[in-house]
Design a protein around this ligand. Structure first.
Ligand SMILES: Nc1nc2c(c(=O)[nH]1)N[C@H]1C(S)=C(S)[C@@H](COP(=O)(O)OP(=O)(O)OC[C@H]3O[C@@H](n4cnc5c(=O)[nH]c(N)nc54)[C@H](O)[C@@H]3O)O[C@H]1N2
Ligand SMILES: Nc1nc2c(c(=O)[nH]1)N[C@H]1C(S)=C(S)[C@@H](COP(=O)(O)OP(=O)(O)OC[C@H]3O[C@@H](n4cnc5c(=O)[nH]c(N)nc54)[C@H](O)[C@@H]3O)O[C@H]1N2
Ligand SMILES: [Mo]
Length: 768
C-alpha cells in the first residue's frame, strides 16, 4: 500500500516516548523528540545503537544440545553454543514441539504467560500476538496480574470495590493543585519513573503536574528511604522511613486520629464497615499492642513527635494520600495499600475533589492526568481452551511443583505440569526474583522458545531463538490509556538481518499446523492497522468524539485527545449516596474490616490492615548478618532491561557494572570509595556493582536499580542484576504478588580480577 511507504523523517514511538528518526543509507542517523512532548526522555537517544547494534539477533538459532537431542529437561541453559538455522527449519521445529506437547500432555503443559512489556504499538505487541497464536494452536497456561502491582490488584477490589485506585483513573493533579493543601507521597514522586508511558505516547506529564501542584501551594511530603524520590527543585519535606515499615507509620497516624478524636465519624459511619475492629487493633485492644507513635518510631525510624505532628497536619488540612506501587512489591505488600485507604477513610477525604487516596501518582506518566476516559486501540484475545492460570510471580513455584496445590485470593489452585515454555516480549531473567533458583527451575522444561530482537538473558536461556523486528522496522499505532495522543508509528528502516515481525513468525508457525487463517483472519499488517483504527474510530464516534479516518490519521501522524473539564473524583457517586451506589465489596461500603478476607483464613492477610514484621528488613534478626536494605528501584536510564546495552544506560555503568548507591557513612565503614567495584551478596546469590556515594538516603539503605542484563558466572551475576538477591515468595496467600522491591544484603570490595561482562556481546555460535 503506497500510503504506508515511509518517507524521510519518520515518526515512531516507544514506551519512553515518541520521536522522529532520520535515516541515511539504511541507518538511523538522528533522533528528535516528538514536538508535542513537554519533557522528553533521554532514553530515546540510544535508539540507533539499539536497532543496529551488535546485540541484535541476526537469524534464527537453536541451542546445540537441544538439536543434538537433549529434550529430557533438566539442562541448565545458556551454556552450550547456538546453531544458526533457516526460518523454515525453525518454524517447523516450533510447530512440531507445540503439537507434540499439546497432544501428549495437554495444552496446560505449554506455559505461554509470556509476561513482559514488549514494545510500544498495539498491533505488533509481542505478548498479544504470541497468546493469540497459542490460543489458536489449542491453548496454554497463562499468568494473571502484573509484577507492577499484583498485591494491590488483589486486595483493593475487596476494600474499595475495584482496582481503579491502583491502575487509575486516580484523583487528578489539576484537582489536587486546587483543593489539597497537604499531599503525603509514600515513595515520593520520582520523576525518572514518569519517563515511561505504557503502549507508547507523546506526553511526559509527571514533572509538569508535580511542579504545578507545588506552585499552587500543596505542601508535599516525601515519605521514603530516599530523598531524591522528590526532585531537588521542588519544595518538599523529606521524612526518611525504613523500607517496608510504612504500614506501621500509617497505623500510628490512625492511632493519633482516634485518640485525639480527629476521625471523621460521620464519614466512617456512612461509608465504611468494620471501624470497630480496626479501632480495637490500632488501640491494641485486640492484640495487646497499641500502635502508638512511640511503637511506630521503633519500626520506622521516624521520631514519635514527628508522627504526632503529621497526624494533626493531615487531619487539619485538605489532604491527598498517595503511595508508589513499590510499597506493595514487598512481603505483606497488601497491607500498606489497605491501610492507606483506611487512613483516607478516617480522614473522610474520599470522594472529594483533589483529595482521597490513590496509588502510583509517581509511578508512571499519566497517573493523575486529566485525560478523558477514552478507549485504547488494540487487539482482542482469542478464547483460551486450556483454562489454566498462575498468579504471574509464581512461575518458579509452578516449575518446581507440578500438580501441587496452593492458595490464591480465596481460591485453591493447582500448578500445571509444564513441558514447554514460550516467551515473546518479556525478559523473565530480568523480572523474576531469586534468579539462581529460577534458572534451575527453568531448566526443567523440555523445550523453551523465545522471540527477541536482542540477545537478552532470556534469549540465551532458550532452545529455539527467533529474531524479532524492533518497532523501527514495522508500521504500527501507539495508543495508551493515559496519553494525550494516538500516534502513527512508521517503519524507519528495513528489518535488520533476518528479523521478522512477531505476527509473521506466529502466522508461519500456524501455517505449518494448518491454522494460519484463523490467526491472521486473512488480514495482512496494513489491513490489521486499518481494521484496528476503524474499530477504535467507531468507538470514539459512539462516545461523541469523532476522529479523522485512517488515511487522514496516517498522513497527519497523530490524533490528539481532549482533556476532560471536570475533576476525576474517585468514588464520588458512592460517597454522595452510599445506599444507591453501593461498592462492589462484601458490605457495599469501604471495608476497614473485610469479612470476605477474614473468611479466607490466611494468617498472612487477616480481616483488617495489620502490621507484620517482614522476614527481611532493618528490624529483622537477619540484619545483623546482612545489615543493608537494598532497594531495587526502577532504573532512570532505561525501561527494565530494555535499552540496557546502549545510550544512557551503558554510559551510566562503572567499569561496565550497574551503579549501586550507598550512603557515604556505610561506604566509609567498609572502606569503600566512589567508583569501587563491590560484591553485593546474601544467602541467595551475589552480583557485582559500581559504587556511587550519596548522603540523600537513609543510612543502612542501598539502591541498586533493576534491569542490568543477567550475566551469571555460577551464582554471581558479574553485571549487577539485583534479582540474584531478591526473595521469591508471594506477598501473601491473598495476592501472591512478587516480593521484588527490596531485601537485605551486605557489600564488600570485590578483590579478584574483574570478570568481563559477556552479556552485551552475542553468545557463542557454531555452524550446524
Ligand atoms: N527486583 C525487581 N524486579 C522487578 C521489579 C522490581 O521493582 N524489582 N519490577 C517488576 C516490574 S514492575 C515489571 S513491569 C517487570 C518488567 O519485566 P519485563 O517486562 O519482562 O522487562 P522488559 O525489559 O521490559 O522486557 C521486555 C522484553 O521484550 C523485548 N521486546 C521488545 N520489543 C519486542 C518485540 O517487538 N518482539 C519481541 N519478541 N520482543 C520484544 C525486549 O527486548 C525485552 O527483552 O520487572 C519486574 N521485576
Ligand atoms: N525510568 C523508568 N521508569 C519506569 C520504569 C522503568 O523501568 N524505568 N518501570 C515502570 C514500571 S513497569 C512500573 S510498575 C513503575 C513502578 O513504579 P514504582 O513501583 O513506584 O517504582 P520504584 O522505582 O520501584 O519505586 C519508587 C520509589 O519507592 C521507594 N521505596 C522503595 N521501597 C519503599 C518502602 O518500603 N517505603 C517507601 N516509603 N518507599 C519505598 C524507592 O526509593 C523508589 O525510588 O515504574 C515505571 N516507570
Ligand atoms: Mo511494572
Amino acid at each position: 500500500m503506497n500510503d504506508l511507504v515511509p518517507t524521510d523523517l519518520r515518526q515512531n514511538a516507544s514506551h519512553w516516548g515518541a520521536f522522529t528518526a532520520a535515516v541515511q543509507g539504511g541507518r538511523i542517523t538522528e533522533i528528535h523528540p516528538f514536538a508535542g512532548d513537554p519533557d522528553p526522555s533521554p532514553i530515546i537517544y540510544g535508539t540507533a545503537e539499539a536497532v543496529h547494534g551488535r546485540t541484535r539477533i541476526d537469524r534464527p538459532h537453536v541451542r546445540k544440545g537441544w538439536l543434538d537431542g537433549d529434550r529430557a529437561g533438566g539442562t541448565l541453559r545458556a551454556q552450550d553454543p547456538f546453531v544458526p538455522v533457516d526460518w523454515d527449519t525453525a518454524t517447523r521445529l516450533v510447530a512440531g514441539e507445540l503439537s507434540r506437547v499439546r497432544d501428549d500432555f495437554g495444552p496446560a503443559s505449554i506455559f505461554g504467560g509470556s509476561y513482559g512489556w514488549s514494545s510500544a504499538g498495539r498491533f505488533h505487541h509481542a505478548k498479544t500476538q504470541l497468546q493469540r497464536m497459542l490460543a489458536v494452536a489449542g491453548g496454554f497456561t497463562t499468568s494473571l496480574m502484573s509484577y507492577s502491582y499484583a498485591a494491590g490488584q488483589a486486595i483493593m477490589p475487596h476494600i474499595l470495590g475495584d482496582m481503579s485506585s491502583v491502575v487509575g483513573p486516580v484523583t487528578d493533579w489539576r484537582a489536587i493543585a486546587r483543593h489539597a493543601r497537604v499531599m503525603l507521597c509514600f515513595g515520593g514522586i520520582p520523576l525518572r519513573n514518569g519517563q515511561i508511558i505504557n503502549g507508547g505516547g507523546g506526553e511526559h506529564d509527571m514533572g509538569p503536574w508535580l511542579r504545578h501542584a507545588a506552585k499552587a501551594g500543596v505542601r508535599l511530603i516525601n515519605i521514603s528511604p530516599v530523598k531524591a524520590d522528590m526532585p531537588a527543585d521542588v519544595p518538599a519535606e523529606w521524612i526518611p522511613i525504613r523500607p517496608t515499615t510504612d504500614t506501621a507509620l500509617m497505623l500510628a497516624l490512625a492511632h493519633v486520629l482516634i485518640t485525639e478524636d480527629r476521625v471523621d465519624h460521620g464519614f466512617v459511619e456512612r461509608c465504611t464497615s468494620g471501624y470497630d475492629r480496626l479501632r480495637a487493633y490500632v488501640l491494641g485492644e485486640s492484640d495487646g499492642t497499641p500502635k502508638t507513635p512511640a511503637w511506630a518510631a521503633a519500626e520506622t525510624g521516624i521520631p514519635a513527635d514527628r508522627i504526632v505532628a503529621l497526624a494533626r497536619e493531615i487531619a487539619g488540612a485538605p489532604t491527598m494520600l498517595t503511595a508508589a506501587w513499590s510499597l506493595q512489591r514487598a512481603e505483606y505488600g497488601e497491607q500498606p495499600f489497605w491501610m492507606l485507604a483506611a487512613l483516607a477513610a478516617l480522614l473522610g477525604s474520599i470522594g472529594k475533589p483533589g483529595l482521597g487516596v490513590g496509588f502510583g501518582h509517581g509511578s508512571i506518566a499519566g497517573m493523575g492526568t486529566v485525560r478523558g476516559d477514552f478507549p485504547t486501540l488494540g487487539m482482542s484475545a482469542f478464547p483460551n481452551r486450556a483454562n489454566s492460570i498462575i498468579p504471574v510471580a509464581r512461575i518458579t513455584d509452578m516449575l518446581e511443583n507440578p500438580g501441587a496445590e496452593y492458595d490464591y485470593n480465596g481460591r485453591r489452585l493447582r500448578y500445571p505440569d509444564t513441558r514447554l515454555i514460550y516467551w515473546a516480549g518479556g525478559n523473565p531473567f530480568h523480572h523474576h526474583q531469586d534468579l539462581n533458583r529460577f534458572r534451575r527451575a527453568w531448566a526443567r522444561a523440555e523445550t523453551i522458545v523465545v522471540h527477541e530482537p536482542w540477545w537478552t538473558s532470556a534469549a540465551r536461556h532458550a532452545d529455539i531463538v527467533l529474531p524479532a523486528t524492533t518497532t523501527l522496522e514495522r508500521d504500527d499505532i501507539a495508543s495508551s490509556a493515559r496519553d494525550r495522543f494516538v500516534l502513527a508509528m512508521k517503519q524507519v528502516v528495513p528489518p535488520q538481518g533476518q528479523a521478522r515481525d512477531d505476527f509473521a513468525i506466529c502466522a508461519d508457525i500456524l501455517d505449518a499446523m494448518g491454522l494460519r487463517d484463523r490467526f491472521t483472519e486473512q488480514r495482512d499488517v496494513h489491513a490489521w492497522l486499518r481494521f484496528l483504527y476503524g474499530r477504535w474510530q467507531g468507538q470514539m464516534d459512539r462516545l461523541g468524539h469523532p476522529v479523522p479516518d485512517f488515511d487522514a490519521f496516517w498522513a497527519e501522524g497523530r490524533v490528539e485527545l481532549p482533556d476532560r473539564t471536570d475533576d476525576v473524583v474517585p468514588m464520588a457517586a458512592f460517597v454522595r449516596d452510599p445506599e444507591q451506589h453501593r461498592l462492589n465489596t462484601g458490605s457495599g461500603k469501604i471495608e476497614l474490616f473485610s469479612e470476605t478476607i477474614a473468611g479466607f483464613g490466611y494468617a498472612d492477610c487477616p480481616g483488617h490492615p495489620t502490621w507484620f514484621a517482614p522476614r527481611e528488613y532493618l528490624g529483622s534478626p537477619l540484619a545483623t548478618r546482612y545489615p543493608l536494605h537494598v532497594l531495587t528501584a526502577q532504573p532512570a536510564t532505561r525501561l527494565h532491561s530494555q535499552m540496557d546495552a546502549v545510550g544512557p544506560s551503558l554510559e551510566s555503568k562503572i567499569e561496565g557494572r550497574e551503579p549501586i548507591w550507598l550512603h557515604a557513612d556505610d561506604a566509609a565503614a567498609r572502606g569503600l570509595v566512589e567508583g569501587d567495584i563491590v560484591r553485593v551478596f546474601n544467602d541467595r546469590g551475589a552480583c557485582l556493582a559500581g559504587v556511587r556515594l550519596t548522603r540523600d538516603q537513609l543510612p543502612g539503605v542501598a539502591v541498586l536499580p533493576t534491569g542490568a542484563w543477567y550475566d551469571p558466572q555460577d551464582t554471581l551475576c558479574v553485571h549487577g542484576n539485583p534479582n540474584v538477591l531478591t526473595q521469591d515468595i508471594g506477598t501473601s496467600k491473598l495476592g501472591q504478588g512478587p516480593v521484588a522491591q527490596s531485601c537485605l544484603v551486605e557489600v564488600e570490595r570485590f578483590a579478584g580480577p574483574l570478570p568481563p561482562v559477556t552479556v552485551h556481546v552475542p553468545p557463542a555460535v557454531v555452524e550446524g
